[in-house]
Design a protein around this ligand. Structure first.
Ligand SMILES: *[C@@H]1O[C@H](CO)[C@@H](O)[C@H](O)[C@H]1NC(C)=O
Ligand SMILES: *[C@@H]1O[C@H](CO)[C@@H](O)[C@H](O)[C@H]1NC(C)=O
Ligand SMILES: *[C@@H]1O[C@H](CO)[C@@H](O)[C@H](O)[C@H]1NC(C)=O
Length: 330
């Protein structure tokens, strides 16, 4: 009898001691190590909560550092982010509220955005944003992260690991309900869409996953060989390679789910008006390619009274609704 108690206390002691040791050890040695633990077992559920996550305000290194080490797309060095929240970002939030109808609509940031449309978004009761301040993410496995896009690549994995749900870039306009997708009838650890199946490219602008997703942890762990000067090596190409290897962990939708018209047919989005978006759950607006040309000069008036109707304007009217647009214009 007594022996059993001693045994139990000994066990308890070992557990408390090990826990203390781990905490002590981490405090001393894990300053810069990964924030998602490398547990390999999945959480044991494929339930995807109806929560939407956006990320903004991640900050960038200085221009001088970006010039030297920053990511490039072809010959072009990727720009630093403006702190100003744009009209298009507000419209994207509204489209997610209207069509996905999430239980909670998060916007996570390290540096709060600025500008008229940010105030408007915060004050919009119907939109009902949940603001969440997150610590700045400046490295992954001891590789520095210079550019906000690479920082949000990591942040989205950490946030989905913690909460699960639907991650969306702030230039993804939502065109219909995601209920077919989050029901997760495929029983997978993550849902993406091809950006270009021929090149095995998967864009991470939309990720749907349960929390503690095994597949997303594989992506995270792949950052142990991060190349910060390459724009899409990890977020796009490596994700595609992992999806080809771990086929039964992930469901990849056809590109028209989120990524048509493609950036290589940008005129079908912003110039012409013939694209049929019946099959799109959403449309990625390719902000990092064409924001300066087509997105930052957008005004409410140019949507309600366009000089020329385009697929883009037609999509916004469908995504947000004429009524809401008229309310904003007032
Ligand atoms: C706003 O969202 C929260 C959850 O973030 C919810 O509890 C609350 O009921 C919502 N408010 C309205 C007015 O819908
Ligand atoms: C990193 O990416 C850059 C740009 O794509 C490339 O030139 C370089 O060779 C890559 N480095 C490694 C170690 O793969
Ligand atoms: C924004 O600029 C583009 C390219 O110059 C042009 O095609 C478009 O009509 C402009 N949009 C507005 C609302 O002025």
């Amino acid at each position: 009898m007594r022996y059993r108690y001693i045994n139990r206390y000994a066990c308890l002691f070992v557990i408390v001691f090990s826990f203390g040791w781990i905490v002590f050890h981490c405090k001393n040695n894990c300053k810069n190590c990964q924030r998602i633990l490398t547990k390999d077992e999945s959480y044991g559920t494929y339930d995807i909560p109806n929560i939407v996550h956006f990320i903004t305000g991640q900050g960038d290194s200085s221009d001088a550092i970006l010039d030297r080490y920053g990511p490039r797309l072809g010959f072009r060095r990727m720009e630093r982010a403006s702190r100003e929240f744009q009209l298009i970002n507000y419209l994207v939030l509204l489209s997610a509220r209207k069509h996905i109808k999430p239980d909670q609509l998060y916007i996570h940031y390290s540096f709060e955005p600025t500008g008229y449309w940010w105030l408007k978004a915060k004050q919009d009761h119907e939109l009902n944003l949940t603001l969440n301040h997150i610590p700045e993410i400046t490295s992954i496995y001891n590789y520095p992260l210079y550019h906000h896009a690479h920082r949000t690549d990591i942040a989205r994995l950490e946030i989905l690991d913690k909460y699960g749900g639907i991650y969306l870039d702030l230039d993804v306009l939502i065109l219909k309900s995601f209920s077919n997708l989050i029901s997760n009838s495929y029983h997978v650890e993550a849902i993406f869409a091809w950006e270009n199946q021929k090149f095995h490219a998967i864009c991470n602008a939309v990720i749907i996953a349960p929390k503690n997703s095994k597949f997303l942890r594989r992506i995270y762990q792949s950052y142990q060989s991060f190349n910060s000067s390459c724009w899409g090596c990890h977020s796009i190409l490596l994700t595609g390679q992992l999806a080809n290897i771990y086929k039964n962990e992930v469901y990849i939708l056809p590109s028209r789910a989120f990524f048509k018209p493609s950036w290589s047919h940008i005129e079908d989005l912003y110039v012409n008006n013939i694209y049929n978006f019946k099959y799109n759950y959403a449309c990625h607006l390719w902000n990092s390619y064409v924001g300066n040309i087509f997105l930052y000069n957008l005004t409410i008036n140019s949507i309600l009274k366009p000089k020329k109707m385009t697929t883009f304007i037609r999509m916004i009217i469908h995504a947000v609704g004429k009524e809401k647009l008229n309310m904003i214009a007032r």
